[in-house]
Design a protein around this ligand. Structure first.
Ligand SMILES: [Zn+2]
Length: 387
């Protein structure tokens, strides 16, 4: 979704970068500030062991952990369904698990969207169970209402606060306001019923916009009645939801116009290919100096794509050793996967991060033989014609 680019990486779990936006610290600061006051108002005997401030800090950490687990829920299910997760980012409006592509079926979409709320619900259930076990059901249910005279200990008041916050997060996330989780779930159901992702996205986007305007209206109302921070926060979420819903709508129109166009329709079918068995000297004379390009695709004697060779790699070979060095030794091993099938739909190139590195992708047939090259310019031209 949206958000600032200035993030701080906290740690990585299972290859996923966990990052926080500077705006997330506002959330933590407010949580600690508000809860410190709340815990201070509890009877001193209840908090004396730990102290209100430590309780407030622990609450903030628990809140952070809850949101992170929610996003990890989305991430784990996405990865199980073959969708890559590049990072999880937390910011003032919650968390975002960045996926490298969209779900390809309504079932996957549903599972990925529902996984986060399922985790949040599980956290709430566990916390309520812990609180009830330690304080008794009547004291804990009073603590859930943030009553200072609940009789629950400070620690259990914290558990109650975390449980209540998770319930609020769950409720809010399940509103069918695309791109929030509930909106994604609504989209997956509409997709399943209509059989069309485009129709479903348009439906979810309209629903998202209705909720977005609702959030703004409610936010203004809240702000006018004194809850300024909550009101402004809700109105800003409304603006974000409307923006994201609009973007989803126009992206759908775009994807529909590209429908039926494949990589093969747009690619250059006669690329200049460097044979792997020539020497570095020949590569320089016959390719790099002749064409002036900074890279070439390399193919083996059977025509299979082996990867890319860059000018820098050839230049780095000592001049006297160039005639005795084969191009196959200079192929960039990371670039072996930089190819796509000619029959792949063109819109599958849009989210492909590999094309950025060389500004092009190699096109191969099912046996791995090079059949073409598609460049960013060709892709851009095709997109321009489609709009
Ligand atoms: Zn979520």
């Amino acid at each position: 979704m949206l958000g600032g680019r200035n993030t701080i990486t906290l740690f990585t779990v299972g290859g996923i970068r966990i990052a926080v936006d500077w705006s997330w610290f506002i959330v933590l600061f407010l949580v600690i500030f508000w809860l410190n006051g709340f815990y201070e108002s509890l009877p001193a005997a209840e908090t004396s062991a730990i102290g209100p401030f430590i309780l407030a800090v622990l609450s903030a950490i628990g809140f952070f952990g809850s949101i992170l687990l929610h996003e990890l829920g989305h991430a784990v299910v996405a990865m199980r369904n073959g969708i890559g997760i590049t990072s999880i980012r937390l910011w003032i409006f919650g968390g975002v698990a960045e996926m490298d592509r969209e779900s390809d079926s309504p079932g996957t979409e549903f599972k990925v969207a529902a996984a986060g709320p399922a985790v949040t619900a599980a956290i709430a259930v566990v916390l309520v169970a812990i609180g009830t076990a330690f304080s008794g059901s009547s004291a804990f249910s009073n603590a859930l209402m943030f009553r200072v005279d609940s009789g629950a200990s400070g620690l259990m008041a914290m558990v109650a606060w975390l449980a209540a916050v998770n319930v609020i997060v769950l409720f809010f996330n399940l509103l069918p306001a695309y791109p929030m989780d509930g909106g994604r779930i609504a989209r997956s159901i509409a997709w399943k019923i209509t059989g069309s992702r485009g129709t479903a996205t348009r439906f979810a986007a309209i629903l998202g916009m209705v909720f977005g305007y609702g959030f703004i209206g409610l936010g203004v109302l809240l702000a006018l009645t004194g809850a300024v921070f909550s009101g402004v926060w809700l109105a800003l979420i409304g603006i974000l939801v409307i923006g994201a819903a609009r973007a989803a709508k126009s992206q759908t129109r775009f994807a529909e116009q590209l429908e039926g166009i494949t990589v093969g329709d747009v690619m250059d079918p006669s690329p200049v290919v460097m044979p792997s068995e020539i020497s570095a000297e020949q590569a320089l004379d016959q390719y790099f100096l002749r064409y002036g390009w900074s890279w070439f695709p390399v193919s083996g004697s059977d025509g299979r794509f082996l990867g890319m060779v860059e000018r820098d790699a050839v230049d780095a070979v000592d001049e006297v050793a160039r005639s005795g060095t084969q191009v196959s030794e200079l192929v960039d091993s990371d670039s072996v996967g930089f190819h796509i099938r000619a029959d792949a739909p063109l819109d599958s190139m849009l989210g492909n991060p590999d094309i950025r590195r060389f500004g092009a992708m190699m096109v191969t047939d099912p046996s791995g033989r090079l059949t073409g090259v598609i460049t960013v310019e060709q892709l851009g031209r095709a997109l321009g014609e489609a709009v």
